[in-house]
Every structure is written in structure tokens, then in C-alpha cells.
Write a protein that binds this ligand. Structure first.
Ligand code: SAH
Length: 398
């Protein structure tokens, strides 16, 4: 175990940490440079050397680590992680018992008191994501805790801090028996092919579960659907199963074609009656306008940042313009499902982008419903940034 480092919190941030804010950031700490070692245990004190909380040092985006406990006498040891994981697993008991869903999040970082770490469940396979070298220092304790609490086919891991890309290799495997990929998992009765051995993106983003279900159950029937930034076509599959007349999936990545065909076939759907297009979404919009194509339901779920040959897309800067393109090819009374996972702006700001886009298009709209993270993506009120997902169903009025 690394040495413990004492950090002094600046006066104006003391209350923030006392009331449960979990993320360490540079401005809040007087002597952050003392804690240069990833994985160091931290003791946060105020100006009078009074204990506030303990945590660990680990660089992750703009953060420097996470609070683990506000109890001075609680050691950060095997028992600590065992308790945290047990609590997290118990919180997901309804998912473990679900007959039609076997893919869900078991540990959601700071939402479960373990910032920097997520664990997902895929039909008996566990996937651990380590988001900093700091949390990776605790791997033995965490993996042991997991092994003690659950039975599993295998445990895999992704070192998300490893920018060299090494984590794409086979050593993603941790324990159990190596899987043969893809494995097929189920979400609300729908099949997904999942690859735990191919890098960070495993085939499905579990946080959109409720949105997919809603599209299938309520919005897809009889509709001509456009799914942009479609990845493996998860929204398209749900729309087709919900009775969409046709789906069109558009994604820039070459892999998306075969992966989308795979998802359709896994659900007994023939891809020939669907369109799967490998292209830059921005080019596709131009094409659609030129050909006067319009859609009844458009799904818009871009990454927070993306770099293509021609441009750099940033959700914060460009979402409004993206929406304007979508508005121009959506039928009157049609529905736009606008989604973003960008944590640098909140729902209020997101709605202001939507409002501006419609105003500048001289069109009226109605906000029909909204979604954020599902229950298994547990968040805490002290860290609203953790509730990154924002999805709004918008009706374009005539
Ligand atoms: N909506 C998807 C997830 C999107 S992930 C789902 O629910 O599963 C983001 C996707 O956007 C990636 O597959 C990436 O290849 C794609 N992408 C990024 N920039 C793009 C662009 N300019 N045009 C089309 N696709 C793009």
C-alpha cells in the first residue's frame, strides 16, 4: 500500500467536501503537488488540520481523485471494498432477477462510492472499467471482493487510462474461463451481440436501455425512422421490433455495417429491408435534403466529441446546428429523439440548444418527455455532473 498523503482543503471548499462532494479538483486543494503518486491514499483536512474525508489520488480528465470515506476510522482495505461492492450488488437485485434483461451496470463509480471504477454485467460476464492508474492500484482488493461476492463465467477489464491503446489486447481477460465472442445478451427481450475483447466499446451502451424500450413500445409503429450516429444500430433494432416501416442507420465507422447487420439477424430481422449507411452524418443530411427525404422519427445520439476528416464536432458547440439539420428533414408531427452524454452542460442548457434550433428554423415544437440515466447507473445528489445522460423526445409541430 502507498503512503498516506495529507491534503489541506482551501477554506471556501471545506463545506463542499463536508457535505459529500466526491471529486478532488486542483483549485480546492492547497498542496496538491504533494500527492504525485497514483494510488496514494489521501487524508483531507481543513486549515485547522481537522479531518474531513479520505480518498485516493488518481488523475481522470480534469479530476485528481475521489473521496472514499468520511469516516476517519474506516480503513481502505479488503473489507472496505467488499462492503461497497456488496451494497452495489444488492441495489441491482431486481436486475439480477429480471427474466428479460441480463445486461446492466453493477457499480457506477462515485454513485456507488467508488469514483473511477465501473463494473458491468453481461449474462454472467463481468466487465471492469478502470478510469485512472490510481484506482487500478486497488485492483487486487476490488477483484478479490468481486470474486468473493458473485459467481461468474469470466471477469474482463478495460484500462481506460491507458492511452497507448494496449488495453485492446487479449489481456483484457482477468479470471474465469475465456469467453467466445460475441456473447449474446438480452435487454427487455431483445438480443445484443457483445464483444468484451475488442476495446472500450463492447457493442451496446447500457445507459440508453429505457429510451430504446420507449421507442419500441410507443413511438416506432408505422414510422420511417432515421438513426444517426447509429454505432451497432441498437435504436434501429428496437424501432424495427416496434413496427417501424423502415429504419435507416447512419454511422461513419466501417465496423458499423457488419455490426448492425449482426444485431438485426440476432433478432430474427432481415437487414435487406433496412438501410445501413456508412457515411458522415453531416454529408448524409445534405444528401437527404437534396433527395427530399423526410422521416417521422429521427434519433440523434452523437458522441460528445468527434473528429472526422473534415471537421471536429463538439456537442457543446455544435448540437444546435446538428438539430437544425434534423429539423429540416423531419416530417410535421414527427418526433426527434435528441440525446447527449456530454457532462459539461446540464438539461437546462440542452433545452436551450433545442429552443434555439427550432427558433432559428422558424418552427414550433413540443417537449413530449425526457429521460436520464436508468436506476442501475446510480448517481448521488452531491454530484449532479454524474447524471450525464440527457434525452428529450421533441415533437415538430406543423
Ligand atoms: N447511438 C449509438 C451510440 C453512438 S456512439 C447507440 O445507441 O448505440 C457514437 C458513434 O458516432 C460511433 O459509432 C461513431 O462511429 C459515430 N460517429 C462519430 N462521428 C460521426 C460522424 N461525423 N458521422 C457519423 N457517425 C459518426
Amino acid at each position: 500500500m502507498k503512503r498516506e498523503v495529507t491534503l489541506t482543503v482551501k477554506g471556501k471548499f471545506v463545506n463542499k467536501y463536508k457535505s459529500g462532494y466526491p471529486l478532488l479538483f486542483k483549485d480546492a486543494i492547497m498542496n496538491l503537488n504533494d500527492a504525485t503518486e497514483e494510488g496514494s491514499l489521501l487524508r483531507l483536512v481543513d486549515g485547522k488540520n481537522q479531518f474531513i474525508a479520505k480518498g485516493y489520488f488518481g488523475k481522470q480528465n480534469k479530476g485528481y481523485g475521489w473521496i472514499l470515506s468520511k469516516n476517519e476510522n474506516e480503513p481502505i482495505d479488503q473489507k472496505f471494498f467488499l462492503n461497497k461492492l456488496r451494497e452495489a450488488i444488492n441495489f441491482r437485485s431486481s436486475f439480477y432477477n429480471s427474466p428479460d434483461t441480463n445486461a446492466f451496470r453493477v457499480v457506477n463509480g462515485e454513485g456507488d462510492g467508488l469514483g473511477g471504477l465501473t463494473i458491468d454485467y453481461f449474462d454472467g460476464y463481468y466487465l471492469i472499467n478502470w478510469y485512472s492508474k490510481g484506482i487500478y492500484h486497488f485492483r487486487e482488493l476490488i477483484i478479490n471482493a468481486l470474486k468473493e461476492l458473485v459467481s461468474f463465467k469470466a471477469i474482463y477489464q478495460k484500462k481506460r487510462f491507458d492511452v497507448s491503446g494496449k488495453y485492446i489486447e487479449e489481456d483484457d481477460f482477468v479470471a474465469g474461463e475465456r469467453g467466445t465472442f460475441p456473447i449474446t445478451v438480452k435487454e427487455n427481450g431483445v438480443n445484443f451481440a457483445v464483444y468484451l475483447n475488442e476495446g472500450a466499446m463492447v457493442g451496446v451502451f447500457l445507459d440508453q436501455r429505457e429510451v430504446r424500450k420507449r421507442i419500441r413500445d410507443v413511438y416506432a409503429k408505422g414510422k420511417n425512422v432515421l438513426n444517426t450516429f447509429s454505432y451497432t444500430g441498437a435504436f434501429s433494432v428496437f424501432a424495427a421490433l416496434g413496427g417501424a416501416i423502415k429504419t435507416t442507420s447512419v454511422d461513419l465507422a466501417n465496423r458499423s455495417l457488419n455490426k448492425t447487420i449482426e444485431q438485426f439477424r440476432l433478432n430474427g430481422l432481415n437487414e435487406d429491408s433496412q438501410a445501413i449507411i456508412v457515411e458522415d452524418v453531416f454529408n448524409y443530411f445534405k444528401y437527404a435534403v437534396k433527395k427530399q427525404l423526410t422521416f417521422d422519427l429521427v434519433i440523434l445520439d452523437p458522441p460528445s466529441f468527434a473528429r472526422s476528416k473534415k471537421m471536429v464536432f463538439s456537442a457543446e458547440k455544435d448540437y444546435k446546428n446538428l438539430l437544425k439539420e434534423v429539423i429540416s428533414i423531419t416530417e410535421d408531427d414527427g418526433m426527434i429523439v435528441a440525446s447527449t452524454n456530454c457532462s459539461s452542460f446540464n438539461m437546462t442548457k440542452f433545452k436551450s440548444f433545442i429552443d434555439q434550433a427550432f427558433k432559428e428554423s422558424n418552427r414550433n415544437y413540443q417537449l413530449v418527455e425526457e429521460f436520464s440515466l436508468p436506476k442501475d447507473f446510480k448517481t448521488i445528489k452531491e454530484f449532479p455532473e454524474g447524471r450525464y445522460l440527457k434525452v428529450v423526445f421533441i415533437k415538430k409541430l406543423p
